[in-house]
Design a protein. Structure first.
Length: 632
C-alpha cells in the first residue's frame, strides 16, 4: 500500500469499535450463519450478506468476487444492488498491482482501502476511472477471501458513493464478511461432496445404488405412461478376482474404470449403468420392445468387455455373465427386481460364464426356503436363543468408557453362534423384524439396570430399524419398558437409526424422534452417517443427538484422501449442527490419533474391544487400560 495512503488511514483506523458496533457485527454473523445452518440457497445467502453489510455503511454497494475455474480471472458472485452493466464491467477482472481495490486485494493477499478512487494509483487505469465515474464510486475497500490453507479465492468489497476513510469497525466489518463468505463456500463444497458421494461411485464415477433407485422410480412412471417394458440387468465380471490377486488392487481398479467406460459406450443416454460394488454392475434399460432387444444390447456389452485391456503394459482378458428381468411382467420393487436379475446372473455363471440369461419367475423353491428360515428365527425367539453382546465406546482423549452398543447374536443349539448379518436380512420388512427389535430393547434396558446397580454409569446404544421406529405400537412399548425399570436414567439410552437405510417418511420419523426425546428423555444417533441418500436432509430434519461415522470411511481414511476428506467434512457438519460425533470401526492407534486431530474424540472398534458377552462387560470395564498414545 502506498505510504501516503497508510498515513491517511492511521488516525481513522485507530478509532476503537464501540459496543453497539460489535453487537451489530455479531448479529450480522449470527443471521447469515443461521441461514447456512438451515441450508438456505447459496446465492440467496450471499446476497443477504451483501445487503447486511451495506446497511452498516450507508450509501455503499457490497460485492463478492470469486476466481473462475482456471483461477485466473475474477467474476462477480453476488452484488444484489449493483447495476447489471456494472457487474458485466467487473467480470473477467485479472488481479494485479493496479487492478482496482478488488484485484489488488487478491493479488497482494491483503486488505485494500482506497479512500479516493479518482486519485489513488490502484485505480489509475483508464478503465477503472471510467467505471468509477459511470457508477459514482468515490471510495472502495476490499478484503481478500481466503479458502483452505489461506489460499486467496476472491474478495469482498464495499464501494462508496462518497470519499471516506475507514475506522477499525469498517476493517472488522470487511474481515467478518470475508470470513463468512469462506465459511459459506466451504459448507457448499462439503455439501456437494457429500451429495456426490451419496449418488456416485467414487472409483468409476458411475451412479451408485441410490441414484440407480431414483432413476428406476422415474423409469417406472414413464413405463406406466408409455406401456413400454423396462429391463433390469445384473452384470458380474468373470474371473476378476485373479486380476486383483495376481496384479494388485490398483490394476484391478484401473480395469473396473475401463469396464465402466466400455459399458457406458454401449448404452443409450436414457439408459443407466450403476456400479453396485466390487465387480458387479446393474443396468436400467428403458423402452424395451422385447427380450431380444435386451439380449442384443448385452451381447454388444459382452463383446466390448471381452476385448483385451492394456494396463501398465500388461494385457488382460475378462468376460462377463449377465442376468435380466423385465418389468412389468416381473412386477416388483427395485430390490426384488435386482435380486431376480442377480439370481439369473448366478445361473449364467453356473451355465459356464460369459452367458446371458432371463430370470425364471418359477422360484417357488427359493421362496419356500426363505420362509423356513423365517420360521426358524421365530422359533428361536420363542426358545430364548438370542443374546446380546456389547461393544464398548470410549473417549480416546480421557480414556473413559462412557457407553456400550448392544449387538444381537443367535446362539443356535446346533450351529453355535450366528452373526446378525446371517439372519437379520431375512426378516427385513417382516413382522418378525419388529418382534425381534422389541426384544432387543427390553433386554438392553433390563441389562442396563443391572449395570447401573453395579455402580456403572453407561450409555447403552440400541440399533432400531426404520420400520420398527414407525410401527404403531413403538412409543407405547418403549414407554412401558422404561416404566418397568424405574432405576435407570432414560437419558442413558440411545436409539441408533441406520442413516444408510431407506428412512421412509422423514416427517413421521422426525415426529417420533422428537416425541421420544421430549417425553421419554431418550437420545438418538444417526448410524452409518454419510452412506445414505440425502444425509444433510436427515441431519437437518431428524434431531439426532449423535452422528456416527460409518466404519467404511474410517477403515480407509489413512490411505484414501477422499475418505479422509469425507470424515473431516462429517465432523465439521456435526459441529456446525451442534451434534456429538463418534467413529465406529477404529481398528488401529493411528486411526484414533487422526480422528482426534480432526476433532472426534469418541470411538468404538476392534482397537478398543470386540463385542463382549453381557455377563463380562462389567469386568472388562474394570480392567480396561486406556491407550497411552491416545491419552498423550
Amino acid at each position: 500500500m502506498p505510504q501516503n495512503i497508510i498515513d491517511t488511514l492511521d488516525a481513522p483506523l485507530a478509532t476503537p469499535i464501540s459496543n453497539e458496533e460489535m453487537e451489530n457485527l455479531l448479529a450480522l454473523q449470527q443471521e447469515i450463519l443461521g441461514k447456512v445452518a438451515v441450508n438456505s440457497p447459496l446465492q440467496e445467502t450471499l446476497d443477504d450478506l451483501c445487503r447486511a453489510a451495506e446497511s452498516m455503511l450507508p450509501n455503499s454497494v457490497a460485492s463478492i468476487m470469486l476466481f473462475d475455474k482456471q483461477k485466473e480471472s475474477l467474476f462477480v458472485k453476488a452484488a444484489p444492488n449493483m447495476p447489471a452493466d456494472g457487474v458485466s464491467a467487473l467480470n473477467g477482472l485479472i488481479p494485479g498491482e493496479q487492478s482496482g481495490s478488488c484485484g489488488t486485494a487478491v493479488f497482494e493477499n491483503s486488505p485494500q482501502f482506497v479512500c479516493d478512487t479518482h486519485k489513488d494509483a490502484r485505480w489509475a487505469d483508464s478503465s477503472f476511472q471510467a467505471f468509477a465515474l459511470k457508477f459514482a464510486i468515490d471510495a472502495c475497500w476490499s478484503m481478500p477471501i481466503r479458502g483452505e490453507s489461506t489460499t486467496v479465492i476472491g474478495s469482498f468489497a464495499l464501494s462508496s458513493m462518497e470519499k471516506r476513510q475507514p475506522h477499525k469497525f469498517h476493517k472488522k466489518l470487511l474481515e467478518t464478511c470475508a470470513d463468512i463468505v469462506a465459511i459459506i463456500l466451504k459448507r457448499e463444497a462439503e455439501e456437494n461432496k457429500l451429495s456426490y458421494m451419496a449418488h456416485y461411485d467414487a472409483l468409476t464415477g458411475l451412479p451408485n445404488r441410490t441414484l440407480f433407485t431414483e432413476r428406476f422410480n422415474h423409469a417406472i412412471a414413464h413405463s406406466k405412461r408409455t406401456k413400454n417394458q423396462l429391463a433390469i440387468c445384473f452384470l458380474d465380471l468373470d474371473n476378476f478376482k485373479p486380476v486383483n490377486d495376481n496384479f494388485g488392487h490398483q490394476v484391478g481398479d484401473q480395469l473396473l474404470i475401463e469396464v465402466a467406460k466400455r459399458i457406458q459406450e454401449c448404452i443409450r443416454d436414457e439408459d443407466t449403468v450403476s456400479r453396485q460394488g466390487g465387480d458387479e454392475f446393474a443396468l436400467l434399460l428403458n423402452d424395451i420392445e422385447s427380450p431380444l432387444h435386451v439380449n442384443l444390447t448385452l451381447e454388444r456389452i459382452h463383446h466390448a468387455l471381452a476385448l483385451p485391456y492394456s494396463i501398465n503394459n500388461q494385457r488382460h482378458h475378462i468376460t462377463a455373465s449377465s442376468g435380466i428381468t423385465l418389468y412389468p411382467s416381473d412386477d416388483g420393487d427395485i430390490d426384488t427386481l435386482l435380486r431376480h436379475a442377480d439370481q439369473a446372473m448366478y445361473q449364467a455363471k453356473l451355465a459356464g460364464k460369459n452367458q446371458i440369461l432371463l430370470f425364471n419367475p418359477e422360484h417357488q423353491q427359493r421362496t419356500i426356503k426363505k420362509q423356513r428360515q423365517i420360521d426358524d428365527i421365530s422359533q428361536a425367539l420363542a426358545n430364548e436363543e438370542f443374546t446380546l453382546y456389547y461393544q464398548p465406546k470410549v473417549n480416546m482423549k480421557t480414556g473413559k468408557v462412557f457407553g456400550v452398543e448392544a449387538l444381537i447374536r443367535w446362539v443356535h443349539p446346533k450351529k453355535g453362534l450366528i452373526q446378525p448379518l446371517d439372519f437379520l436380512p431375512l426378516i427385513d420388512g417382516h413382522d418378525l423384524e419388529i418382534q425381534l427389535g422389541t426384544w432387543v430393547i427390553n433386554e438392553a434396558i433390563s441389562q442396563l439396570e443391572k449395570l447401573t446397580e453395579k455402580g456403572l454409569d453407561l450409555e447403552v446404544s440400541i440399533n432400531i430399524s426404520s420400520a420398527h421406529l414407525q410401527s404403531v405400537t413403538f412409543f407405547e412399548r418403549l414407554e412401558k419398558a422404561l416404566a418397568r425399570h424405574p432405576a435407570i436414567n432414560a437419558n442413558n439410552i440411545q436409539l441408533e437409526i441406520l442413516e444408510s437405510s431407506a428412512l421412509g417418511d422423514i416427517q413421521a420419523i422426525s415426529s417420533i424422534v422428537n416425541r421420544c426425546q421430549e417425553e421419554l428423555n431418550i437420545n438418538f444417533a444417526l448410524d452409518d452417517f454419510g452412506t445414505g441418500y440425502s444425509s444433510l436432509a436427515h441431519l437437518r430434519n431428524i434431531t439426532a443427538n449423535t452422528i456416527k461415522i460409518d466404519r467404511s470411511f474410517i477403515q480407509h481414511m489413512l490411505e484414501n484422501s477422499e475418505d479422509l476428506a469425507l470424515v473431516k467434512g462429517i465432523i465439521s457438519l456435526a459441529k456446525a449442527f451442534n451434534r456429538n460425533v463418534i467413529a465406529e470401526g477404529v481398528e488401529t492407534t493411528e486411526h484414533g490419533i487422526v480422528l482426534m486431530q480432526l476433532g472426534c474424540d469418541d470411538a468404538q472398534g476392534y482397537c478398543i474391544a470386540k463385542p463382549i458377552p453381557a455377563a463380562k462387560i462389567a469386568t472388562w470395564i474394570d480392567n480396561y487400560i486406556p491407550n497411552k498414545s491416545w491419552l498423550a
